[in-house]
Design a protein around this ligand. Structure first.
Ligand SMILES: Cc1cc2nc3c(=O)[nH]c(=O)nc-3n(C[C@H](O)[C@H](O)[C@H](O)COP(=O)(O)OP(=O)(O)OC[C@H]3O[C@@H](n4cnc5c(N)ncnc54)[C@H](O)[C@@H]3O)c2cc1C
Length: 275
């Protein structure tokens, strides 16, 4: 029997963790063992989450692709669905469809330097990529994370950075520094101050607010990265997640199916803040 792709699979919230103001990470376990075992995703893919009685919305999968028992999403409270989700407790049920979309270009990036740039909650779809790279560390050359948040309180995954620093370079900046902040201050582009790619073999991947991606892309272009090596994850209003309904269609492309990861040459003409 062919299963209905619109029907969410029943899942349970295993744990809820505060990450930052109005931002929580939910660890979710699909109840059916067979479906759970076949839930394989690539870093950068997303799920459609149903909060019963509120609706459905897309969220990036943020846990390691090597873990199959459960998966995590990091959510900022925004509107109807996320408010409903924030009312739930550990042990409550949700619905899951997916995984959907095209993730980060893991194969193309092999044997290259990788520059990962994230702003705020934009680190969520990049976390599984970082964890994938760490697990396959020898396949990638120099790997750097540039991460910016509004204030130190808005930094997500604070407890991960020490571990990541054992394998990759991590530089943090905040727009508004507080007394005990010893890192950089300013937008994420300040981290480019002394940065020059060591070779042409470099890919960049980024996710953050459109204004951040605008300035970061400009910076990357100015240091010589070609558009084909500048990757983004784009967020668009979407419904089905499978390239049927057309809700996310922008510039003739289904963001849910052909993306959400695109390179700059693919999206140049339909970014809201052209670079
Ligand atoms: C591929 C993908 C991955 C995503 N990953 C994450 C993630 O990891 N974490 C996360 O927190 N979010 C993520 N999002 C964003 C999340 O899906 C949205 O914020 C979603 O709208 C939240 O649903 P909601 O019902 O709570 O909010 P909504 O009620 O949809 O409101 C969300 C925001 O959009 C505004 N809005 C709603 N409808 C419209 C409209 N028609 N026109 C203009 N503005 C409107 C609202 O005012 C509000 O500011 C992702 C989105 C995509 C497409």
């Amino acid at each position: 029997m062919v299963s209905n792709p619109y029907l969410p699979k029943l899942a349970k919230i295993e744990s809820i963790k505060d990450e930052a103001p109005e931002t929580k990470t939910f660890k979710i376990k699909i109840l059916d063992e067979k479906i759970r075992d076949s839930f394989n995703f690539s870093p950068g893919q997303f799920i459609e989450l149903t909060v019963f009685g509120y609706g459905e919305a897309p969220f990036s999968i943020t846990s390691s692709p090597m873990v199959h028992e459960n998966f995590s999403i990091t959510v900022r409270k925004m509107g109807n669905v996320t408010k409903g989700l924030f009312r739930l407790r550990e042990g409550d049920f949700v619905g899951v469809r997916g995984p959907f979309g095209r993730g980060w270009p893991l194969e193309k990036m092999k044997e290259n330097d990788v520059l990962v740039i994230a702003g705020g909650i934009g680190l969520a779809p990049l976390k599984p990529l970082i964890e994938y790279i760490i697990l396959h560390r020898k396949m990638y050359n120099n790997v750097k994370l540039f991460y910016g948040a509004k204030t130190p309180k808005d930094i997500i995954y604070k407890d991960m950075f020490d571990e990541w620093r054992k394998y990759i370079d991590v530089e943090l900046t905040v727009d508004f520094a507080e007394k005990d902040w010893s890192g950089h201050s300013g937008p994420v582009t300040v981290l480019f101050k002394n940065f020059q790619p060591s070779s042409d073999n470099i890919y960049s991947v980024q996710c953050g607010p459109p204004i951040m991606m605008h300035f970061v892309t400009r910076q990357l272009s100015s240091i010589g990265l070609p558009p084909e090596k500048i990757y983004f994850s784009l967020e668009r209003n979407m419904k089905c997640g499978m390239g049927f309904c057309g809700k996310c269609m922008t510039g003739g492309r289904y963001v849910c199916k052909e993306g959400p990861v695109f390179n700059y040459s693919e999206v140049k003409n339909f970014l809201e803040t052209p670079v």
